[in-house]
Write a protein that binds this ligand. Structure first.
Ligand SMILES: *[C@@H]1O[C@H](CO)[C@@H](O)[C@H](O)[C@H]1NC(C)=O
Ligand SMILES: *[C@@H]1O[C@H](CO)[C@@H](O)[C@H](O)[C@H]1NC(C)=O
Ligand SMILES: *[C@@H]1O[C@H](CO)[C@@H](O)[C@H](O)[C@H]1NC(C)=O
Ligand SMILES: *[C@@H]1O[C@H](CO)[C@@H](O)[C@H](O)[C@H]1NC(C)=O
Ligand SMILES: *[C@@H]1O[C@H](CO)[C@@H](O)[C@H](O)[C@H]1NC(C)=O
Ligand SMILES: *[C@@H]1O[C@H](CO)[C@@H](O)[C@H](O)[C@H]1NC(C)=O
Ligand SMILES: *[C@@H]1O[C@H](CO)[C@@H](O)[C@H](O)[C@H]1NC(C)=O
Ligand SMILES: *[C@@H]1O[C@H](CO)[C@@H](O)[C@H](O)[C@H]1NC(C)=O
Ligand SMILES: *[C@@H]1O[C@H](CO)[C@@H](O)[C@H](O)[C@H]1NC(C)=O
Ligand SMILES: *[C@@H]1O[C@H](CO)[C@@H](O)[C@H](O)[C@H]1NC(C)=O
Ligand SMILES: *[C@@H]1O[C@H](CO)[C@@H](O)[C@H](O)[C@H]1NC(C)=O
Ligand SMILES: [Ca+2]
Ligand SMILES: [Ca+2]
Ligand SMILES: [Ca+2]
Length: 488
């Protein structure tokens, strides 16, 4: 494989490589980011980009954006600039509800993408979340046809395929019981799920992902132990029955525990568990830990968060009574930015002595420190990546394949567009490699009687590798088996 050197005049960060064992044939680190916000959005680059999905079945990923906290606008991908146009609107304005999450999916199995919204109801007295499904029809959403679920949730529900019928189901603790419940997609019937006694962590970081390597997604739960410390449970999926297969603790040093992310960090073909967090409650001392598949041991893969005299740290999650913006948990967004087979990450860090917070690219590089020896890899932060460093007050950064060319680009949301809304920034990754790359899109292949334009069914987003701000995957594309393309 030829190393993909960048053709364009990016800002060279070569000095940052000094001191590292540079791979002899490894691709050069990516370094050029181009602001393509105007060409993608025109003057419409604002609102909380909350989810991705192909709403109109044209095989182009569309963007689900929240505005004013109670409108959902779907930007459909288009052939001409601006490449994303606001076309579909559904609103909870008349309910005065504050939308908190958006999960596209086909909840009734008719091959039309629907969308599930969770929200704080008007005058909510507790912190329970309502949920509503807007039904898809004719490759769009019918703003008048919705089903309000008759239970509320303690936390954002997890969307997963509980019973293996390829129709997404809704998992969470509801107001009816302390036992987790599942709302089965299709006939929308509630059933108790799992007989766990554990309390769920809030915000949770549950995931529906194959951790036992049998090509069936298992249930990963973030819970509290009897002594109230954070722990993780893996419920193995055996033909649709979930049984507890392992429980393990958080790294001892972490006081603030972020959202778990899964990726094949060391490139051995097995899915590893990444966990960002802080060793003190104010996040003056941040860290990222890794538990390699099957080891049961946490190993730090990033501990040094200082750059040129400034100490950076993760932004701890704050529970607010009446949040003015969507609360963002402490999260890593994973994606192989430079296509070397090793997953990289994006994180939001704040200046621990100032107020600015910024998005940073964390590149997965060979380990150069005794602390990460066991896993052979670690994260290196690009402190001055041109493009990212211009965006002040960043709140979320995620990878997204904007032009669907197999190269991951970056989307950043930043505060301050208006009082209630954020600005959207899109940065094109100019990394170009002649690397072999196959994009696998995960589809249900379900297509009953309303198949779009008589084409082969393309399906809709599937839970498991779906993207939501609390989970892990860029664009919702499945990697082979457990992870990323290994080096060729
Ligand atoms: C990107 O371009 C948009 C539109 O031209 C502009 O408003 C924005 O400030 C630019 N962002 C950065 C970080 O340069
Ligand atoms: C919500 O609160 C407002 C003002 O406090 C009140 O006028 C309104 O009737 C309440 N709505 C409901 C549904 O309770
Ligand atoms: C779907 O679209 C077709 C053509 O635009 C229209 O005739 C039909 O009434 C629509 N159906 C629904 C349920 O909106
Ligand atoms: C509402 O959506 C459901 C699910 O797609 C569909 O079965 C029903 O016919 C729709 N109702 C109306 C009034 O369009
Ligand atoms: C919720 O709705 C379902 C049908 O959609 C019904 O069977 C069930 O009894 C309702 N539950 C409550 C608590 O109202
Ligand atoms: C649960 O919430 C639903 C919707 O708000 C409500 O109708 C139902 O009465 C609640 N059930 C309990 C047990 O509080
Ligand atoms: C709904 O569907 C599930 C799975 O297909 C089935 O187990 C359940 O009995 C059905 N419930 C109702 C009320 O039809
Ligand atoms: C799942 O559990 C049900 C009820 O306990 C049982 O009937 C069924 O055989 C189990 N299926 C598998 C694959 O273990
Ligand atoms: C971090 O904040 C301190 C205090 O406001 C400031 O002096 C320093 O320049 C900031 N660092 C960066 C990189 O902005
Ligand atoms: C190397 O590891 C030590 C702990 O073993 C840690 O304190 C230090 O920050 C690490 N250095 C780098 C550059 O990550
Ligand atoms: C993809 O997964 C299959 C099944 O486990 C495995 O045999 C194959 O080596 C994997 N390919 C790569 C490139 O990881
Ligand atoms: Ca549907
Ligand atoms: Ca299902
Ligand atoms: Ca990489």
């Amino acid at each position: 494989m030829a190393a993909g050197l960048l053709p364009s005049a990016g800002v060279l960060l070569a000095p940052l490589l000094l001191g590292l064992t540079v791979l002899s044939v490894g691709p050069a680190p990516a370094r050029a980011l181009h602001n393509v916000t105007a060409e993608l959005f025109g003057a419409e680059a604002w609102g909380t980009l909350a989810a991705f999905g192909d709403l109109n079945s044209d095989k182009q990923t569309d963007l689900f954006v929240l505005r004013e906290r109670n409108d959902l606008i779907v930007f459909l991908a288009d052939q001409s600039a601006p490449y994303f146009k606001p076309k579909v609107l559904v609103s909870l304005k008349s309910h005065s509800a504050l939308i908190t999450s958006v999960v596209p999916g086909d909840y009734d199995g008719d091959s039309q993408m629907d969308v599930l919204l969770t929200y704080f109801p008007q005058n909510h007295t507790n912190n329970e979340l309502g949920a509503v499904i807007f039904w898809g029809q004719n490759q769009t959403l019918n703003s008048k046809n919705m089903t309000i679920l008759n239970r509320t949730f303690q936390d954002e529900p997890l969307i997963m395929d509980f019973n293996g019928d390829l129709i997404p189901d809704v998992f969470g603790i509801t107001n009816e019981s302390s036992q987790p419940q599942i709302l089965l997609g299709g006939n929308l019937s509630w059933h108790p799920a799992l007989s766990t006694k554990s309390k769920m962590r809030n915000p949770h970081s549950h995931a529906f992902i194959d951790l036992t390597e049998d090509f069936t997604a298992d249930l990963f739960l973030t819970t509290l132990s009897a002594s109230n410390t954070f722990q993780f449970e893996i419920w193995e999926n055996l033909g649709g029955n979930f049984s507890l297969s392992s429980v393990f603790e958080k790294p001892k040093n972490l006081v603030v525990v972020g959202q778990s992310a899964f990726a094949d960090f060391d490139g051995d073909g097995h899915m590893d568990h990444l966990l960002p967090g802080c060793e003190d409650k104010d996040c003056q001392k941040s860290a990222i830990y890794l538990m390699r598949s099957g080891t049961g041991q946490w190993v730090p893969v990033l501990q040094d968060f200082s750059s040129k005299g400034t100490l950076w740290g993760f932004v701890p999650f704050l529970h607010e009574e009446q949040p003015t913006s969507i609360p963002i948990p402490l999260t890593l967004h994973i994606g192989d930015y430079n296509m070397d087979g090793y997953p990289d990450a994006l994180a939001i860090l704040k200046n621990t002595s100032g107020s600015n917070q910024q998005a940073f690219l964390l590149e997965n590089v060979p380990c150069n420190n005794a602390s990460c020896e066991e896993v052979h890899r670690m994260f290196k932060v690009y402190w001055d990546l041109a493009g990212l460093n211009l965006i002040k007050d960043a709140m979320v950064a995620t990878f997204f394949d904007i032009y669907e060319d197999g190269i991951l680009d970056i989307i950043v949301l930043s505060k301050g567009y208006t009082k209630n809304d954020v600005a959207i920034h899109t940065l094109k990754n100019n990394f170009e490699a002649d690397a072999y790359f196959v994009k696998v899109i995960v589809l249900s292949g379900l297509c009953s009687n309303d198949c779009p334009r008589k084409i082969t069914p393309f399906g809709v987003n599937q839970p498991g590798p779906y993207i939501m701000y609390t989970t892990v995957d860029a664009n919702g594309y499945l990697k082979n088996g457990s992870g990323y393309r290994t080096k060729s």
